[in-house]
Design a protein around this ligand. Structure first.
Ligand code: NAI
Length: 247
């Protein structure tokens, strides 16, 4: 695939869905700015893999929960790759527990990273996109942001917040040729879900019409579509990638 000379900034890109989004987009010819929070050897390996597709890659370290660090990461990306065409707000955490026992920190940490993190990145990139009169923002939500889930009041509130944020921003920036959409994955095999007990995974599978958990590729391919010209009439939408779990 030829280099598109378009730049994608992906948060929480060191592993899981974020990593797969980087690889899928690099394969398609996009230059990649990949954010990670905690240093691992995997990030350097991922950079090499991305560059093997013949595209440019830069690594930006920082915590999406910090507004200042997001500002720095966006500036560094523009300095090194020239611009930002697409943002994928993927970084996210869970701190599950019943509300009766949930600490205030467990609630606010999840909101600060998942929801405020999405604001911090987007707020710093939108002025650039307005200036260049084009852009795509793709936010990774979750089906639990739509349906709710016992034990995840913090996480589902953050993801429902992301959905409201997506729709409102889509209306604000549509006249500037900036499209804003969300992807709502169901159960995807990553580090986030690997510790679920096997019997729970079995039960989950029986509730999924397609009878399997999703893969990071399943999500990355939809992100690739939402970044492409093929989706130029889609904005403010939440695309469920969940094997039919929620209809
Ligand atoms: P993961 O735990 O493998 O990856 C999350 C990444 O975000 C990690 O690389 C982590 O270091 C990074 N991250 C966490 N806090 C950060 C911060 N403050 N700043 C920068 N990076 C940070 O999880 P997975 O499954 O790849 O999740 C990716 C996204 O998909 C998340 O937003 C998650 O909520 C969402 N999702 C995942 C589902 C699943 O079943 N795995 C289902 C629905 C949504």
């Amino acid at each position: 695939m030829e280099r598109k000379e378009k730049v994608v900034f992906v948060t929480g890109a060191a592993r899981g869905i974020g990593k797969e989004i980087c690889l899928e987009m690099a394969k398609e010819g996009y230059d990649i700015s990949l954010n990670y929070r905690t240093k691992t050897d995997e990030v350097e390996e991922l950079k090499k893999k991305i560059e093997n597709f013949g595209v440019k890659c830069t690594i930006v370290q920082g915590d999406v929960a910090s507004y200042e660090e997001c500002e720095k990461m966006i500036n560094q990306t523009v300095e090194e790759l020239g611009k930002i065409d697409i943002v994928v707000n993927n970084a996210g955490i869970t701190k599950d527990g019943l509300l009766m026992r949930m600490s205030k920190e467990d609630f606010t940490d999840v909101i600060d990273i998942n929801l405020v993190g999405t604001f911090n990145v987007t707020r710093n990139v939108i002025p650039l996109m307005v200036k260049q009169k084009s852009g795509r923002i793709i936010n990774i939500a979750s089906v639990v942001g739509v349906a709710g889930n016992a034990g995840q009041t913090n996480y589902s509130a953050s993801k429902a917040g992301i959905i409201g944020f997506t729709k409102s921003l889509a209306k604000e920036v549509s006249s500037r040729n900036i499209l804003v959409n969300a992807v709502a994955p169901g159960f995807i095999c990553t580090d986030m879900t690997k510790d679920l007990p096997d019997n729970l995974k079995e039960t989950i599978n029986t509730q999924i019409p397609l009878k399997r958990m999703g893969t990071p590729e399943d999500v990355a391919k939809v992100v690739k579509f939402l970044a492409s010209e093929d989706s130029s009439y889609i904005t403010g939408q939440v695309i469920h990638v969940d094997g039919g779990m929620l209809m």
